[in-house]
Design a binder for this molecule. Structure first.
Ligand code: C2E
Ligand code: CA
Ligand code: CA
Ligand code: CA
Length: 278
């Protein structure tokens, strides 16, 4: 058993070095990506469950890597969070989203836009003021910008989180609570934060029709959100059947491949023009 243990260590160490090396390479490349305009935003439309109208879009970042092609955020956001580069990326994402919203406004397509804000960006105590300033400088009407935060933020300092959210709210920036159900926050936290939207994580939505317990959870989250005066968004809606079930359970907003995948700006514009014309 001793020999085995030694082998394991001998086997494990180089791998860890390799992983660290890859991370270092990625880190360098990612730094270059932000500076070299390799990041881009795709936008996923979200519809009103009852009226069918497009309610808003969510901006989702991608990395246009010169050799590897389009890299999904799961593959670089965690690294960006670890290295602190998420702050630079977050700033870029908000700026680009607001600029795109302004471009669409000139085409008569003013639409609220949601951006993801990582808990790792909160080490910067001026973050709320930055976001407010970016929003003001865009010249867009209040209510155009929405930020999506996750429950992991709620378990940091309650007071700091509350101050952060109040600052945004006072400036007309809307707040959605993302990935609901996957974190650890208590219900009392939920009641005391001023989010207007609750997003059910897609892990609950996908497969809910064949899993009674998932379905019960989805139903409970919708009721919980409504009892707190929030509108509830279901993500990961891929089929008509899922959508019908969610509507029957009084879900307010629907996001998923059934309506549309996240689209580059030009494709979003065509989508909205076609959709509005219907
Ligand atoms: P998220 O905020 O939960 O975003 C929703 C994810 O679900 C997106 O993945 C979207 O493409 C995907 N999705 C939407 N509808 C469907 C569907 O019907 N089926 C399936 N299978 N997937 C669906 P994406 O774009 O790969 O983003 C993954 C995660 O990366 C996001 O999860 C978010 O946590 C993070 N992320 C993306 N953009 C940003 C950003 O600008 N800043 C930060 N901090 N995180 C971001
Ligand atoms: Ca999100
Ligand atoms: Ca989510
Ligand atoms: Ca997620």
């Amino acid at each position: 058993a001793k020999g085995e243990g030694r082998n394991q260590i001998a086997h494990f160490t180089p791998e860890m070095h390799e992983e660290a090396r890859l991370n270092a390479v990625m880190h360098q490349e990612l730094r270059g990506a932000v500076k070299g305009n390799q990041l881009e935003l795709h936008y996923q439309p979200i519809r009103n469950a009852r009226t069918g109208a497009i309610n808003h879009v969510e901006a989702l970042v991608r990395w246009r890597h010169p050799e590897r092609g389009l890299v999904r955020p799961d593959l670089f956001i965690p690294l960006a969070e670890k290295t602190g580069m998420i702050r630079e990326i977050g700033e870029w994402v908000r700026q680009e989203a607001l600029t795109a919203a302004a471009r669409m406004q000139t085409l008569g397509l003013l639409i609220p836009i949601a951006v993801n804000v990582s808990t790792a960006e909160f080490y910067d105590h001026t973050l709320a003021d930055h976001i407010v300033q970016q929003s003001r400088e865009s010249g867009l009407p209040e209510g155009t910008l929405m930020v999506e935060i996750t429950e992991s933020l709620l378990i940091r300092s309650q007071q700091e989180t509350r101050d952060f959210l109040r600052t945004l709210q006072n400036a007309g920036i809307r707040i959605a609570l993302d990935d609901f159900g996957t974190g650890y926050s208590s219900l009392s936290y939920l009641a005391s934060f001023p989010a207007e939207k609750l997003k059910i994580d897609r892990s609950f939505v996908m497969g809910m029709r064949s899993d009674e317990r998932k379905q019960a959870l989805v139903e409970t989250i919708i009721k919980l959100g409504h009892s707190l005066g929030m509108r509830v968004v279901a993500e990961g809606v891929e089929t008509e059947e899922d959508q019908a079930l969610l509507i029957s359970k009084d879900c307010d907003l629907i996001q998923g491949y059934l309506l549309s995948k996240p689209l580059p700006e030009q494709e979003l514009i065509s989508f909205l023009q076609r959709y509005c014309a219907d």
